[in-house]
Design a protein around this ligand. Structure first.
Ligand code: GUN
Ligand code: FE
Length: 437
């Protein structure tokens, strides 16, 4: 019966506004039409069953050690670059773009090729628990529409951007200003007309350096007109510091592109004054540590970003980052934070590295805040959509071991640092099972 809720009984782990990680044992969560309708202690189960549904129907009792977590949020991923994820890791950003990335993305005018890569990236990210992904596609509107279709069929929650780039890239992979705007408008309008609450078009001027002033102004108007989110790359390398000055950020602001739903990837070299403007505008930061290390770009000081009060989540940045897993991004974020702590200690300074609880928050609620989705998803709250993963730490072939003396908190940490898709036995987006074993 469509209106009979599904009830999950057991432990769930999530972040709240107050707590980076809260563990709730012996709970029941009711889900109806994709939304969480109750969260109660399990002693209330008989009452809830008689109140909401036919007795005994649809109660999923989680087994020993199993627990629920909110779906993982990837705030920055390039779907076409999945084609070469795990290879081409010998160059730094601008050479890497010229040598591998632009030539690969240019191939997406071939829709058969695009279909193959896009099907695989969406399937792979869902398997790894990415219930929300913020995608860059390519310059091609047709192929970007294809990505959207694949996502809709798979049931992922996603932001999808047709990339805009009208300067400073090779002539074989560049659009005119007018073409860029017109194609983006068409993409935006056709996506909105689908009225799918899970997919949102996102305005995607690729980077500060690859969009003309004229295009920026037009994209700013477009994003205001349809109240669209915006994403770009900012201050990713040390070299960007001399070109991406405060004035440049200000120009973006003037164009109306720094908003509460703007996602700024990297921001490794952002000054405190710039961070202040980002916080004032309510824009969010996509921290992509796997990419920042692999392309040897630098270390983002997440502690400083948090202290400045900016919203921040994790991005895989496939394929500057080679791993499509948000759990892997969490581990890289931990290593980057520890590396900064080592550097500071060498200078005789104190530095508070990120805790596993803070890292968990970045991967879930933090990401949803960056995407402007924290009223919809990101943790377990009555009225929110049920985007969730059932984690089984003792699944056959689990990549880690649980010992009799382990506490629940030990096992959660083991999952965060050693777990993978084998432990994610069910993945749900808005109540629908979209992946699992
Ligand atoms: N800057 C401009 N384009 C890109 C990209 O595709 N990846 C990364 N990491 N940085 C960029
Ligand atoms: Fe990127």
């Amino acid at each position: 019966m469509a209106d009979t809720p599904t009830i999950f009984r057991g432990t769930f782990v999530h972040s709240t506004k107050e707590e980076d990680m809260a563990i709730r044992n012996d709970m029941v969560i009711g889900v109806r039409r994709g939304k969480i309708i109750f969260i109660e202690h399990e002693t209330r189960l008989p009452d809830l069953i008689s109140e909401y549904c036919v007795p005994g129907v649809n109660v999923r009792h989680l087994e020993k050690w199993q627990f629920l977590i909110p779906g993982l949020v990837d705030t920055h991923i390039h779907a076409p670059q999945y084609a070469f994820a795990g290879s081409n890791m010998d160059l730094q950003l601008y050479d890497w773009l010229k040598t591998y990335t632009y030539p690969t993305e240019a191939k997406f005018k071939d829709l058969t090729y695009a279909m193959d890569v896009y099907t695989k990236v969406v399937d792979r990210t869902l398997k790894n628990g990415t219930t929300t992904a913020c995608y860059y596609a390519t310059l091609h509107r047709d192929a970007t529409n294809l990505l959207l279709q694949v996502i809709e069929k798979a049931g992922q929650r996603a932001f999808v951007g047709k990339v805009n780039m009208d300067c400073c890239s090779p002539s074989y992979y560049q659009e005119t200003t007018q073409e860029s705007l017109e194609e983006t408008k068409k993409f935006v309008e056709s996506t909105i007309s689908k009225k799918n609450p899970l997919v949102t078009p996102i305005v995607t001027p690729r980077a500060f350096g690859t969009t003309s002033e004229k295009l920026l102004a037009s994209l700013g108007r477009l994003s205001q007109q349809y109240q669209l989110p915006v994403q770009t790359h900012v201050l990713e390398t040390r070299g960007d510091v001399s070109t991406q000055t405060f004035d440049r950020l200000h120009a973006w602001d003037k164009a109306g592109l720094l908003k509460h739903n703007t996602v700024l990837a990297h921001c490794v070299y952002m000054s405190d004054v710039q961070l202040d403007l980002v916080r004032q505008r309510g824009s969010g930061i996509a921290h992509c540590p796997n990419s920042n290390i692999t392309l040897r770009s630098g270390f983002l000081d997440v502690r400083n970003v948090l202290e400045k009060g900016c919203k921040i989540g994790l991005g895989t940045d496939v394929s500057g980052g080679y791993s499509r897993s948000v759990l892997a991004a969490l581990r890289f974020a931990s290593q980057v934070s520890n590396t900064i702590a080592i550097q500071r200690e060498e200078r005789g300074e104190n530095y508070k590295m990120l805790s596993y609880k803070e890292l968990f928050r970045l991967a879930t609620l933090g990401g949803s805040e960056v995407m402007g989705l924290d009223e919809t998803t990101g943790n377990f709250q009555v009225g929110k959509d049920f985007d969730a993963i059932v984690v089984d730490p003792v699944v056959e072939n689990s990549p880690f071991d649980v010992f009799p003396n382990d506490t629940f908190s030990d096992v959660i940490q083991k999952f965060l640092f050693l777990g993978d898709d084998r432990n994610m036995i069910d993945v749900f987006v808005a109540g629908a099972r979209v992946s699992g074993r």
